[in-house]
Write a protein of this length. Structure first.
Length: 139
């Protein structure tokens, strides 16, 4: 239960500032981060869904407004007309770089007054062990 409450706390704190400063929901920022880490900054909607632990239709609903803002684009596969990729644009990369700076600052603020550097390293290692094997490592 502590982990569930901590997740809610972190999500609530990050979501508000990301929305206010960058116009992004936390899940949208994560979507952009996964694309940024992918080869050619592109993934299929199914791969994005697996990485975000959501359905492909949720990825479609998330991607549409980001496409309208010019942060994402669609790219058809040259060999398979049924396959399309979600692609991070240069505008998306720039916004993501700013959002990551905000996320890093907020992370420091969240842990600074309660945790030592060793505590943070241990927590990171334990959570990494919990998520090993999941697609799309974000570091």
């Amino acid at each position: 239960m502590h982990m569930i409450r901590a997740h809610a706390l972190v999500e609530d704190r990050f979501a508000g500032e990301l929305a206010a400063v960058h116009g992004l929901a936390l899940k949208e920022a994560l979507l952009l981060m996964h694309l940024s880490n992918a080869p050619l900054a592109r993934l299929s909607r199914i791969d994005l869904a697996k990485r975000l632990s959501v359905s492909p239709s949720t990825v479609t609903r998330m991607a549409w407004p980001l496409e309208k803002l010019g942060l994402l684009d669609r790219m058809a596969d040259a060999r398979d007309a049924r396959l399309a990729y979600v692609v991070l644009t240069e505008t998306g990369k720039a916004l993501l770089a700013n959002a990551v700076t905000t996320i890093e600052r907020m992370s420091l603020e969240l842990f600074r007054d309660r945790w030592s550097k060793q505590d943070i390293a241990t927590l990171s290692q334990l959570l990494g062990r919990m998520t090993i094997g999941l697609p799309g490592e974000l570091v």
